[in-house]
Ligand binder design. Structure first.
Ligand code: 5GP
Length: 211
């Protein structure tokens, strides 16, 4: 029986290392997972290219996507729009891939409201001090942007209880293994297996009658 994939949202403070963890997860299990590429109005960072990390679009283009209903969700984050294009996500789920959305909390809660089966994971560095030093050492943002991101992290920390799992990213390889095993265990939940359970029940009923 064809099984649909699980929609997985991964959030975490800017600097939690979500990008690296997700990259390793996809490299390690390329047939299991698909990573959704978001659209954003923020400018590309050095080394980022269009269609790889994000689809970099103008405000007008982004607002057009909103009007057309082409986004699963969108949010404003530190002055910019970020949103998840719908078509790719639905197509990959139908092909049985677990689709990962690496998005912030407002978007995560919108996805959960629209698709209640969504698994919500929250990734955190081991401490707030570590978070700050990762943001500073990344060296890609101005001091004022780092400050906004730390403020935002404080706000996001208030919403962690809305997530299903809280995962600390201390050792990268271990974190990747943990994320993978949480998602794979999720496939075994009774609530996600109604169809196959019903099918086996129906077959058993047939056998019982023929006793
Ligand atoms: P960054 O600018 O560091 O790439 O991303 C800033 C924040 O936006 C991160 O928390 C990231 O997870 C989030 N983000 C990226 N794509 C999306 C999206 O499609 N929707 C929402 N709601 N947030 C996103």
């Amino acid at each position: 029986m064809e099984k649909k994939g699980i929609l997985v949202v991964v959030s975490g403070f800017s600097g939690a290392g979500k990008g690296t963890v997700m990259k390793q997860l996809l490299d390690g299990y390329p047939n299991r997972y698909a990573l959704s590429i978001s659209a954003t109005t923020r400018a590309p960072r050095t080394g980022e290219s269009n269609g790889k990390e994000y689809f970099f679009v103008s405000e007008e283009e982004f607002e057009e996507m909103i009007r057309e209903g082409a986004l699963v969700e969108y949010a404003r984050y530190v002055e910019n729009y970020y949103g998840t294009p719908k078509e790719y996500v639905l197509q990959q789920l139908n092909q049985g891939k677990d689709v990962i959305l690496e998005i912030e909390i407002q978007g995560a809660l919108k996805v959960k409201a629209a698709y209640p089966d969504t698994l919500l994971l929250f990734l955190s560095p081991p401490s707030a001090t570590e978070l700050k030093s990762r943001l500073v050492n990344r060296g890609t943002e101005a001091a004022s942007v780092i400050e906004s991101r730390l403020n935002r992290a404080w706000q996001e920390a208030q919403g962690v209880e809305q997530y299903d799992y809280f995962i600390i990213n201390d050792d990268l390889a271990e974190c990747v293994r943990e994320v993978h095993s949480i998602i794979q265990n999720e496939h075994a939940r009774v609530a996600r297996n109604h169809e196959v359970i019903e099918k086996i029940r129906a077959e058993l009923k047939g056998f019982a009658k023929g006793e």
